[in-house]
Design a protein around this ligand. Structure first.
Ligand code: F6P
Length: 519
C-alpha cells in the first residue's frame, strides 16, 4: 500500500511553498556530476522548498527504494521483475552473464572488423530496441562511418523497402533486436529481410542474421543460429536496452570503445546518484523541479532542446524513457494517482527549434519548462558556428527567464523609429512574460562518456519522480491494449475476415471501406 500524495502533509507543504517561490534570476545553482554541469538556477527554488522536498522524499522512503534499484530487487512490482540496467554498465557487474554477453558482443565485432565484414548493417527493432542505437550511431557516426547502418522500425512497408534498397545482401548483416521476440512490426520486417537474403545467391542466409533478445528459444526456433543470438534479460526494461547487446549495431558502426565509454559515463552518474547529498544530487534536483513544474505549477509538458545537431535522436529517446515510464495515472497499489504525473515530452535540436516552436515557448498562454543541452567546446573546425550556437542557446534561455516588460517593448518600438501611437499598439505584442523554468545541461564535449552520463541522469531523474508520485516507472501496460485491438482489426481486414459489430461507428465505417480494396 502507498499513501496518495494528497494525504501527505509533506506534499501540501511543498505545494504551498512552490506557489510562493518565484524563479530567482539572481541565484546560481550548478551541480557538477560525472562530467556534466547541471544548471538549475532557472527553477522555482528556495532553501525552504528544498527542505520540504527532502522531507517528501523521506516520506516516500526514497533512500531505501534507490538501494533496491541498485541491488536488482523487485522494483517493477506489476511484472514482478528487477530493473537492473545499472548492473549492465557496472565495471564489476553482479550478474555473471552480463560480462560474458558483453565479451561475446565485443568478440563478434572485433572479428567482423578484422575481416572487414558487413559493409551494411540493417538494424530491425522498435522503441527501446531502436532509439538508443539510432541515438549513439548518429551522435558518433554523423559524419560517416565505414559501415552503413539502416534502421527499420515501422511496419509501414516503405520502411523495410527503404532499409534494404540498394544494398548488396552478400555484404549485409541483419540485426533483429527484440527483447520479447514477439513484437509484430519487428518480426514482419525481419521476415522481409530474411526473404531478401534468401533471394540472393547466399548459400546460408542465416549466416547474415543475428538476434538480440531475452527470448533466445524463440529466436533459434525462428531460424537464427544459436551462436548468433545475443542475450538480454527480463530484468532489463526495453527502454533501457541501450546498455545491452542491442547496441551491437552501435559497436559495428562506431566501435566497441563507444559502448565502453557510455558504460563508464553512466556508471559515474550512477555513483553520483547513489552517493551525492540530495541537495547536490543532479538527478534528484532535476526530479524535484520536474514534479513542482508538472504537479504543482501545472505545466503539461517538458521540452527537450539539445543545441547539438548530433543529438536529434536524443528527443525521441527521452520521450520513450519519460513517457513510457511516467505516463501512468495509478499508484503502485492500483489506486488513482490523484495528482498530475508524467508530462508530455517533446522537442527538437536548437537552433532549428527557434524557427519551429520557440514562439510558443516564449509567448503562448502556458509555455513549458525547457531542458537546454549544449557542449561547451566545439568538436569541428568552425569556431564562429559554435559561438553562435552557444549564444543562441543562452539567449533563448535568458528570454524565458527574464521576459520583456511592456515598457521595454514600448521603448524598443520607439527606438526603431515608430511614432508613439504605432509603438503603443505594437508593444503588447512584443511582451514576454518571462519566469518560465528551464535547466541548462552543459557537456564539456560530446563523448561516449558524457552521453552515457547524460542518459543515466535522465533515467535516475525519472526514477526519482516516479518515487515521489508513487507510480511504477518500469511497466508499460498502456501499450498492450492497442496491440491487442490491432490484432483483431488485422484479422477483420483480411479478405475472409469479418467486421464484428463491437466497433464504434467510425472504426466500423473505415474497416468496411478498407476491406473493400476496390474503393
Ligand atoms: O513500446 C512497447 C515496447 O514494449 C517497448 O517498451 C519496447 O522497447 C518496444 O515495445 C519493443 O519491444 P521488443 O524489444 O520486445 O521488441
Amino acid at each position: 500500500m502507498i499513501t496518495p500524495l494528497n494525504k501527505l502533509a509533506e506534499w501540501h507543504n511543498l505545494q504551498n511553498l512552490a506557489h510562493k517561490t518565484p524563479i530567482n534570476n539572481k541565484s546560481l545553482r550548478v551541480i557538477e556530476a560525472a562530467g556534466i554541469s547541471l544548471d538549475i538556477s532557472a527553477q522555482h527554488y528556495s532553501a525552504e522548498l528544498s527542505k520540504a522536498a527532502e522531507l517528501l522524499l523521506q516520506a516516500r522512503d526514497f533512500n531505501k527504494k534507490r538501494l533496491q534499484l541498485f541491488n536488482g530487487d523487485i522494483v517493477n512490482t506489476t511484472e514482478c521483475r528487477a530493473a537492473w540496467h545499472t548492473a549492465l554498465r557496472s565495471p564489476d557487474p553482479k550478474h555473471p552473464e552480463i560480462l560474458e554477453e558483453r565479451q561475446r558482443v565485443n568478440a563478434f565485432v572485433r572479428e567482423a572488423d578484422s575481416e572487414r565484414r558487413w559493409r551494411n548493417v540493417v538494424h530491425i527493432g522498435i522503441g527501446g530496441s531502436d532509439w538508443g542505437v539510432r541515438l549513439a550511431v548518429q551522435a558518433f557516426g554523423y559524419s560517416g562511418t565505414w559501415r552503413q547502418v539502416r534502421f527499420v522500425s515501422n511496419i509501414d512497408g516503405h520502411a523495410i523497402e527503404g532499409g534494404l534498397a540498394g544494398l548488396d545482401p552478400l555484404e549485409t548483416l541483419v540485426v533483429i533486436a527484440s527483447k520479447s521476440f514477439t513484437t509484430s512490426e519487428t518480426l514482419e520486417n525481419a521476415l522481409r529481410a530474411v526473404q531478401w537474403l534468401k533471394n540472393s545467391s547466399l548459400k546460408n542466409p542465416f549466416d547474415h542474421v543475428v538476434a538480440v533478445t531475452a527470448n533466445t528459444r524463440k529466436a533459434t526456433e525462428w531460424g537464427v543460429k544459436p551462436e548468433h543470438v545475443f542475450k538480454i534479460w527480463d530484468w532489463i526494461g526495453g527502454r533501457f536496452s541501450i546498455w545491452s547487446a542491442v547496441s551491437i549495431t552501435t559497436a559495428l558502426a562506431v566501435g566497441t570503445d563507444v559502448l565502453a565509454g557510455m558504460h563508464s559515463g553512466a556508471a559515474a552518474m550512477d555513483e553520483h546518484f547513489r552517493s551525492a547529498e540530495l541537495t547536490h544530487n543532479a538527478p534528484v534536483q532535476m526530479a524535484i523541479a520536474g514534479v513542482v513544474n508538472r504537479s504543482i505549477l501545472g505545466y503539461g509538458s517538458l521540452n527537450i532542446a539539445p543545441y547539438d545537431f548530433r543529438l536529434a535522436n536524443l528527443v525521441p529517446y527521452i520521450q520513450q524513457l519519460e513517457m513510457e515510464s511516467l505516463g501512468k495515472s495509478v499508484l503502485v497499489d492500483g489506486k488513482p494517482a490523484e495528482v498530475s504525473t508524467g508530462p508530455a515530452v517533446w522537442g527538437m535540436p536548437g537552433t532549428d527549434a527557434q524557427h519551429t516552436f520557440f514562439q510558443w515557448l516564449h509567448q503562448s498562454s502556458d509555455g513549458a519548462p525547457v531542458d537546454f543541452i549544449v557542449c561547451q567546446h566545439a568538436q569541428h573546425a568552425w569556431a564562429n558556428h559554435h559561438t553562435s550556437l552557444l549564444a543562441n542557446c543562452l539567449a533563448q534561455r535568458e528570454a524565458l527567464i527574464n521576459g520583456k516588460s511592456y515598457d521595454q517593448a514600448l521603448q524598443e518600438c520607439l527606438d526603431s523609429g515608430m511614432n508613439i501611437n504605432d509603438a503603443k499598439s505594437l508593444a503588447n505584442h512584443r511582451v514576454h512574460t518571462g519566469g518560465r523554468p528551464s535547466n541548462l545541461i552543459v557537456l564539456s564535449r560530446l563523448s561516449p562518456y558524457t552521453l552515457g552520463a547524460l542518459l543515466a541522469l535522465y533515467e535516475h531523474k525519472v526514477f526519482t519522480q516516479a518515487t515521489i508520485w508513487g507510480i511504477n516507472p518500469f511497466d508499460q501496460w498502456g501499450v498492450e491494449y492497442g496491440k491487442r485491438l490491432a490484432d483483431g482489426i488485422t484479422q477483420a481486414l483480411k479478405p475472409d475476415g469479418k467486421v464484428e459489430n463491437k466497433h464504434d461507428a467510425s472504426t466500423a465505417y473505415w474497416l468496411n471501406i478498407f476491406k473493400n480494396k476496390s474503393n
